[in-house]
Design a protein around this ligand. Structure first.
Ligand SMILES: Nc1nc2c(c(=O)[nH]1)N[C@H]1C(S)=C(S)[C@@H](COP(=O)(O)O)O[C@H]1N2
Ligand SMILES: [Mo]
Length: 196
């Protein structure tokens, strides 16, 4: 594993907790997951419907812009690409924003990402994890229960929306929560793209 640790990062075995605002408290009755924006028809999925979709298990490295990196966490979740199979998107969609709860606002947090980077096993909405020190377990509310996005390791972890509430499909790139505050649109840790 040659250049596994991006520049300016240190490795930790712990999984730190970082976010703004309150921890979302899951309520299945009011929860749904929306696929919207540049789509032929908007889709809203209940928790039950989401959990019936095909499952993917993937082991990924996480890189936080605050300089910690955690290697090889194994997640179980729904691959981004499997959600693409149930929504018809418009032509020329190149970007997405992944939304999540922020202080009770279901679309209060967001992070923008290029669509073509999210089609592998390493881009998924997760609900369970394990690593070399932990058995399989649900992700905790603080880590984004019931559903939390994990981006490929070529993006800093702020692109990993916790308490995920939907995907908006977009033709043009658009800044999300941290990007509006001056963080990078592209956010590649291996190129140290921290700020814009
Ligand atoms: N909804 C939501 N998701 C979020 C955040 C947030 O404030 N709200 N913070 C992001 C940031 S800055 C980081 S570094 C990661 C941290 O994930 P962790 O606490 O599971 O390590 O969550 C990301 N996802
Ligand atoms: Mo962060």
């Amino acid at each position: 594993m040659g250049n596994r640790l991006p520049p300016g990062q240190f490795e930790t075995e712990k999984w730190p907790i970082l976010h703004q605002g309150d921890v979302y408290e899951f309520n299945e009755a009011t929860w749904d997951f929306r696929l919207f924006g540049e789509v032929k028809e908007e889709i809203s999925l209940s928790y039950e419907e989401i959990m019936k979709l095909p499952k993917t298990v993937s082991t990924v490295d996480m890189h936080c812009v605050t300089t910690w990196s955690k290697f090889a966490t194994t997640f179980e979740g729904i691959a981004f690409r499997d959600l693409m199979k149930i929504v018809a998107i418009n032509e020329n969609v190149k970007y997405v924003k992944i939304y999540g709860y922020y202080n009770g606002d279901r679309f209060g947090y967001s992070a923008n990402l290029p669509l073509d980077a999210l089609l592998g096993d390493d881009a998924l909405f997760v609900y369970r994890w394990k690593d070399q020190n932990h058995e399989w377990q649900d992700i905790t509310p603080k880590h984004g229960y019931p559903l939390r996005f994990i981006p490929p390791a070529t993006f800093y972890l702020w692109k990993g929306t916790k308490w995920a509430s939907g995907i908006r499909f977009m033709k043009e790139d658009e800044a999300g929560f941290w990007e509006e505050l001056g963080y990078s649109m592209t956010a590649n840790p291996f190129k140290e793209e921290r700020y814009r």
